[in-house]
Write a protein that binds this ligand. Structure first.
Ligand code: GTP
Length: 361
């Protein structure tokens, strides 16, 4: 993340490194091509400025500008036009010319796609036009063996560096995409799966149960958990205290269930749990253990606060056409738990399984 909030600072930093490398190696190539042409001293001076000072000056310029992103686009156009200029100064020496233009094209297409490639070509043509006025063509130079060697470092190292920069960028984007995906599936208050993500897992679990052979092995159960009189808790102790209760319940669920169990915040004060491979008896026992533990929790901020849970459980039934029917049965059991006095676990089939006062399965 950019701490300053300026758009394009990361791009400017990336270009700073690649510009230092590209122009330093380019300096070697241009010097080798210019040397036999015996250019004026100012040409050598300008070449040294372009190769050694321009990378730092352009970075400083981009950092100081209000929008470094735009400044870097301008800098890249200056790079391209200077490239055109040096091509003429080298009297279109074939290999240095081809390497210079190809490396710049690769740079521009990597930074701004085809559109920027085209704009870069126009800038190069402008640089060539200026160069032609200053350096009229006098010969048709051939590339000497020394000049071929002078081209090799740029030819070999620069594509590798640019490839590495692009790889790092793709890697960072991939990581950020994964982080965003995880965030989009997480409930920010409790850190559990959110409604949509939990329902996706329920559908997956339902499909697994449908595929499971009917050999008597239990497929599992789901539970809907609702905090009793949560509205009164909010009204009496404040919304902040209500949030603490929700977080406590999330923590209790995370810490007391198996790693295979899938917990999510279904919405408001309602939580969903998928309990793979458990029998009805075991699922109800696990939920009742949670209910009891939660009822004993105390709250530092509000010592008088006591909170209970109502829980509806439904085991998988092969007759279900889809996961919604499974969920409906758990919801119906939860409704029964609420209407029959709260603070209890009810398993679907309209039969009270566990109550606060009577623990029998
Ligand atoms: N503090 C807090 N409250 C929430 C949040 N999301 C929903 N609520 C509140 O949760 C309460 C849920 O209340 P109801 O659905 O009426 O249920 P209840 O008061 O628990 O009553 P019963 O379920 O019948 O026992 C509402 O007052 C919502 O405003 C949240 O993220 N934080």
């Amino acid at each position: 993340m950019q701490k300053t909030g300026k758009k394009g600072l990361t791009l400017a930093r990336r270009l700073y490194v690649s510009r230092i490398l590209g122009l330093t190696l380019g300096l070697l190539l241009v010097s080798a091509a210019l040397y036999p042409l015996d250019p004026a001293p100012w040409v050598w001076g300008f070449m040294l400025f372009n190769g050694l000072l321009w990378p730092h000056l352009s970075y400083w310029w981009a950092r100081r500008s209000a929008v470094p992103y735009h400044a870097e686009h301008r800098n890249l156009l200056i790079d391209a036009s200077l490239g055109g200029f040096w091509v003429v100064a080298m009297q279109f020496n074939p290999l240095p010319t081809a390497v210079t233009l190809a490396m710049m094209a690769m740079n521009n297409v990597a930074i701004g796609g085809l559109r920027f490639l085209l704009v870069g070509v126009i800038a190069q043509v402008a640089g060539i036009a200026v160069g032609t006025v200053i350096f009229p063509l006098t010969s048709v130079p051939m590339t000497s063996p020394a000049q071929i060697y002078a081209c090799l470092p740029l030819l070999c190292l620069y594509p590798m560096a640019l490839g590495w920069i692009c790889f790092r960028q793709a890697y960072t984007l991939g990581r950020q995409k994964r982080e965003l995906l995880a965030l989009s599936r997480t409930d920010s208050l409790t850190g559990l799966l959110n409604h949509g993500a939990w329902k996706d897992r329920l559908n997956e679990e339902f499909q697994r149960c449908v595929r499971q052979p009917a050999d008597g092995t239990p497929c599992g159960a789901i539970a809907l958990i609702d905090i009793d009189h949560f509205k009164i808790i909010n009204d009496t102790y404040g919304h902040g205290a209500g949030d603490i209760v929700l977080r406590q319940l999330g923590k209790l669920l995370r810490q007391n269930l198996r790693s295979a169990d899938i917990v999510g915040r279904y919405g408001g004060d309602e939580f969903g749990v998928i309990l793979p491979d458990l029998t009805q008896h075991n699922a109800v026992q696990a939920m009742d253990g949670l209910r009891e533990r939660f009822a004993t929790l105390s709250y530092e901020r509000d010592p008088a606060l006591k909170v209970s849970l109502s829980i509806g459980v439904a085991v998988f039934n092969p007759a279900y056409a889809d996961a919604t029917l499974w969920l409906d049965d758990a919801d119906q059991a939860l409704y029964e738990a609420k209407t029959s006095g709260r603070n209890r676990v009810i398993c679907h089939r309209h039969r009270p399984v566990l109550e606060a006062s009577t623990v029998s399965v």
